[in-house]
Design a protein around this ligand. Sequence first.
Ligand code: DC
Length: 224
Amino acid sequence: MINIAIDGPSGAGKSSAAKLAAARLGYVYVDTGALYRAIGVAALRRGLTTTDKEQVLPILPELDIQLTFIDGEQHVILNGEDVSKEIRLPEASMAASDVSAMAEVREYLLDLQHKIAAENNCFMDGRDIGTVILPHAQLKIFLTASAEIRARRRYDELIGRGTPVEYETVLQDIIQRDYNDSHREVAPLKPAEDSVILDSSYLTLEEVVAKVVELVEAIPEEKK
Ligand code: DC
């Protein structure tokens, strides 16, 4: 199978670009952040402090997390319930960032990610796909953009979905999550040595997609 790792900070446009590139190439798009978000939501629903390992880890055996693809759209099923909408709420973002810093949570999600990659030509979007999950991916892309531009995009997206938010809150949230994600001990956010770094700050979505498709098409035959 051909596996493309696409890592980078929140709001760099990984999901929009990878989703379109995947559709164009006939690949599956896998959003691994959704898995951490599902665990975050499960912890929030139980009223737990999401930074506290002693509260979060004991719930892992109670969770069954599945990814299903309906009309090419990924859905996250938590213990039989589709939580795809709930995991997008801002509080779920921070909870996901908190639980994703726990080594045991990352370990818990490893098999599921490996299984999906082994069964599909896919774009796998995350933070540690190229460095930890799929170190042998045929192509690794690190997609980034400035915090202000990412906050503006996330703000527009949330407002567009009817979620009332303030720009300044979104920016602070992004800065905090960047810090958490890149300073944690386990699998911190960083480009793999053999990744292609793509800065989307001044590129349109279509330009990013075109570049990504071009990189996939340039994968040498012997690597496929
Ligand atoms: O991509 P996202 O915003 O949905 O991710 C939510 C959180 O999950 C983010 O703060 C970092 C974490 N995450 C991670 O640690 N590793 C991944 N492969 C994907 C997401």
